[in-house]
Design a protein around this ligand. Structure first.
Ligand code: EPZ
Length: 446
């Protein structure tokens, strides 16, 4: 696995362009499988999860073009409901969307249980409940979800948990069902609206996305979609927090401030100055941040995915902060590694108490998942001395051109040279899904 080498203790400054939303991208790629023909997606980020998803749907007969300048074309004409390779399905959480898409289009799906970040149990019982409610026979056999239905019929579904994945997955299965489906207690994350917009560009009739009740009027057939996904509010939150934690002054281009309102409010509460200019924000940290209390909740609450990075800022704030994780039962597996860098954090169940310290110190640490890795990168930028962040592939899953973007903000970050053969493999993989043009456009404002 690769490493990042970071020399810290200098403020970030300048500009960075935020890429497309990872969790939108890994939902619209399966969503366009619901129609024959070629769909055109824009603002797709060049990240490992997109590369992995492209490979998965290619094994099912989809013809996936090269990702060029954020544009990805997918021809799902020759798609078949085969079983996607487990070794790929296990690499990401969002592979569960294949069940909704294949069930919706073919009335049959057989997909291995998903992988993804290890941050708690992460069951998919609400997804399966929705499929059953639509009339599918659903079973779990040898680690695979098998769902089949002669016909899917609209239904009234009440989610026990406001699950992002279940909301999107059931929406995908319902767009071609006969009649109307109502999903209650839906998650309201911005990318749920994004996926609904993509489906509606294909001729689906989804209303209410972004609220806790979504209505889907089934249609006979869908056509290929045309959709540009939203900017990634978690990437934006990550770089806003990095600017704040390093005492920086950074402008984030291509953001929707509304989507990270809770993060902006919390950073302002900590004494960070934030200018909101419509589609860009400027994050200025003039003095030592102040301790705050953070509770993560489903949108529009403080996003759980921004919590690990936020803990780094609070680790060097003045005073005692308290962070409560309201979504997952265990999401503090980044704390042990942060402690190696001089933080003073005590975890008690789903709550962490953070005593702010003056300085962090470079160390050798390992990323255990995507957002934990992002937190360690920020800690390396704050720390005195050099930090090595290992298993950086976790971060590459969801952050597009992270070293390049941080260097564009004046941060000292570089990849330790991998061995020749893995670098070659990485090069081939990356060349397949991203061209230099996108890298240039990605930090055209960098
Ligand atoms: C999505 O995960 C995101 N992943 C996660 O982002 C994000 O943290 C999460 O939503 C919450 O915002 C993708 O979109 C690929 P949930 P998902 O279903 O769909 C429980 C990142 O870093 N639950 O909203 O798995 C579950 O255990 C990743 O980008 C059930 O009990 O999240 C969890 O406690 C990490 N039964 C809570 O609900 C179910 O059937 C929220 O899960 C489904 C979920």
């Amino acid at each position: 696995m690769g490493e990042l080498l970071i020399r810290g203790d200098n403020p970030l400054s300048g500009e960075v362009k935020i890429g497309g939303r990872k969790n939108s991208a890994v939902a619209v790629l399966p969503a366009v499988l619901l129609a024959e023909g070629t769909s055109r997606l824009e603002n797709i980020p060049a990240i490992r999860d997109v590369a992995t998803y492209s490979r998965i749907i290619s094994t099912l007969g989809a013809d996936v073009g090269e990702l060029r300048g954020g544009v990805l074309k997918i021809d799902a004409s020759r798609l078949n409901p085969d079983v996607p390779p487990l070794e790929l399905v296990k690499q990401i959480r969002a592979s569960y969307y294949l069940v909704g898409a294949l069930l919706g289009r073919f009335g049959y799906a057989r997909v291995g249980l998903p992988g993804g970040c290890e941050i708690g149990q992460r069951p998919i019982d609400q997804h399966l409940k929705g499929f059953k409610s639509l009339g599918a026979e659903v079973s779990l056999e040898h680690g695979e979800v098998i769902a089949e239905a002669d016909k899917l019929v609209g239904s009234h579904i009440y989610l026990d948990v406001a699950s992002v994945g279940a909301t999107i997955n059931i929406m995908m299965a319902a767009v071609l069902a006969e009649g109307t489906t109502i999903i209650e207690n839906c998650a309201r994350e911005p990318h749920i609206v994004d996926v609904a917009s993509c489906l509606n560009s294909m001729g689906a009739r989804v209303v209410g996305a972004g609220t806790d009740t979504i209505k889907i009027h089934g249609v006979e057939k869908l056509k290929p979609g045309e959709h540009a996904i939203i900017p990634d509010e978690i990437e934006a939150a990550t770089y806003a927090i990095a600017s704040a934690a390093t005492g920086g002054d950074v402008t984030l281009q291509n953001v929707v401030p509304k989507h990270l309102e809770s993060v902006i409010a919390k950073l302002r509460e900590a004494g960070i100055e934030i200018e909101d200019n419509g589609d860009w924000i400027r994050v200025i940290s003039r003095d030592r941040p102040q301790a705050v209390r953070v509770k993560t909740l489903p949108y529009p609450g403080f996003p759980t995915d921004a919590m690990p990075p936020m803990m780094v800022l609070l680790s060097v704030a003045e005073g005692t902060s308290v962070v409560s994780e309201g979504v997952y039962e265990s999401r503090f597996n980044h704390v042990d590694e942060l402690q190696r860098m001089g933080t003073d954090i005590e975890v008690q169940g789903r709550t962490a108490v953070i005593e702010g310290v003056e300085n962090l110190y470079g160390s050798s640490v390992k990323a255990s998942n995507l957002r934990a890795g992002a937190a360690l990168v920020i800690a390396g930028l704050v720390a005195q001395g050099e930090t090595e962040v290992g298993d950086i592939e976790h971060v590459d899953r969801g952050y597009e051109f992270l070293p390049e973007k941080i260097r564009a903000m004046g941060g000292d970050v570089r990849r330790r040279q991998q061995s020749e053969e893995t670098a070659a493999e990485e090069g081939e993989e990356c060349a397949r899904v991203v061209n230099l043009g996108q890298m240039q456009s990605a930090h055209g404002n960098g």
